[in-house]
Design a protein around this ligand. Structure first.
Ligand SMILES: Nc1ncnc2c1ncn2[C@@H]1O[C@H](COP(=O)(O)OP(=O)(O)OP(=O)(O)O)[C@@H](O)[C@H]1O
Length: 363
């Protein structure tokens, strides 16, 4: 079921929460709505569901206008953060619930309900707890039951609002992988809300990045990561170092260090050089590619890369983080001075990115 969202505006009193949202979500995709708290994700999800009404705009499912349709007639399934299972019902009965309350003409027979619930229990790998009550399950298991319960009625669209938000990091990771697999098997269309960029990037076919009631960017996780459409998206998608300086033509001055942009520019003003931790390059001696001195304030060698915390030395700036392959620099010590350069990065003057690809600055 494809979802077409057209010119949606929503205000609560004087507070405008959604400002002209237009999106085309193809059938069968898992779409992540990603944005900081208050950016309007949940409100948009509720409008898609029919639980909230927009002041302006239209929603189409598979080309049919459902704007005026009541939530219960939209065939939408929900999963919320707080499980919302019936405490007095077994796991089996919880999953069967939606089927048992269907109007008589549509309700499957008892045998069919049993078959469907049994199949779902197998799919979520919880057949062995079918007769337990929610209180006897772990948080992750409860959330799997919640998901199975909303899938039991075969919704055209599944909407998930921070479905794994209340779970610890490890379970969260497992469940999102599992949601992805389930999605690939059953091919329903889902939209899920998260403020966790790693979660959105990990499972979505497409990510919609929202900020202050507007769509900042929509694209595959890879496309958004490679080419963020704005400073906001660049900063929101994972850790990034910011080096502030003064641009004058192709010169970018950081403190008293004049650096050189590798492209022609006639612009001037306060600019910012953004570097992801893995884009930082370091040497033990200054050279043209590594002009900025930094003091190593922390070394963390766990995992597949060495993570360094660096303090600008002799130039104004915030603490920086670098991530290097283990073999890159041997025996880096806290208190050591290194010289910073880059293997790419982006320079912004105000909201404008100076080039559309990565650039390295030199002395
Ligand atoms: N029923 C309501 N009445 C008044 N204001 C509301 C209502 N629902 C949401 N808002 C406001 O709308 C704005 C967007 O809220 P929304 O829940 O959609 O954001 P969100 O991106 O999902 O945030 P979070 O990640 O914190 O859930 C917020 O400023 C919120 O206070």
């Amino acid at each position: 079921m494809s979802i077409h969202i057209e010119g949606i505006h929503k205000s609560f009193g004087k507070n405008q929460v959604l400002n002209n949202i237009n999106l085309d979500l193809p059938s069968g995709q898992l779409v992540g709505l990603l944005g900081p708290s208050g950016s309007g994700k949940t409100t948009l999800l509720r409008i898609i569901a029919g639980l909230e009404h927009a002041n302006q705009g239209r929603i189409h499912f598979n080309g049919n206008d459902v704007t005026q349709l009541h939530a219960r007639d939209r065939k939408v399934g929900f999963v919320f953060q707080n499980y919302a299972l019936f405490r007095h019902m077994t796991v089996f009965d919880n999953i069967a619930f939606g089927l048992t309350i269907m109007p008589k003409g549509q309700r499957p027979s008892a045998a069919d309900i049993k078959r469907r619930v049994t199949a779902l229990l197998e799919m979520i790998q919880l057949s062995h707890v079918a007769e337990r009550f929610p209180a006897q399950l772990s948080g992750g298991q409860r959330q799997r039951v919640a998901l199975a319960r909303s899938l039991a009625v075969e919704p055209s669209v599944l909407l998930l609002d921070e479905p794994f938000g209340a779970l610890d990091a490890q379970v969260r990771k497992e469940l999102r992988r599992w949601l992805r697999r389930l999605h690939d098997e059953l091919h329903f269309t889902s939209v899920f809300v998260t403020h966790d960029q790693e979660e959105a990037m990990d499972v979505s076919d497409q990510v919609v990045v929202m900020s202050q009631g507007q769509v900042e960017q929509i694209g595959s996780p890879d496309a958004i990561w490679q080419a963020p459409a704005s400073r906001f998206v660049l900063e929101f998608l994972g850790e990034v170092n910011k080096i502030e300086g003064e641009l004058n033509g192709s010169r970018f001055k950081v403190g008293h260090y004049p650096l050189q942009l590798p492209v022609a520019s006639h612009k001037q003003g306060a600019a910012c050089w953004y570097l992801r931790p893995h884009e930082v390059s370091l040497t033990t001696d200054a050279d043209a590619q590594h002009p900025l001195p930094v003091l190593v304030t922390d070394v963390n060698g766990r995992g597949s890369a060495v993570q360094l915390e660096l303090e600008p030395k002799d130039w104004p700036g915030q603490l920086l983080t670098a991530q290097l392959p283990h073999q890159h620099l041997s025996n880096v010590q806290r208190g050591q001075t290194l010289y910073l350069g880059s293997q790419g990065g982006r320079v912004y003057l105000g909201e404008q990115q100076l080039t559309d690809s990565h650039i390295a600055l030199t002395a």
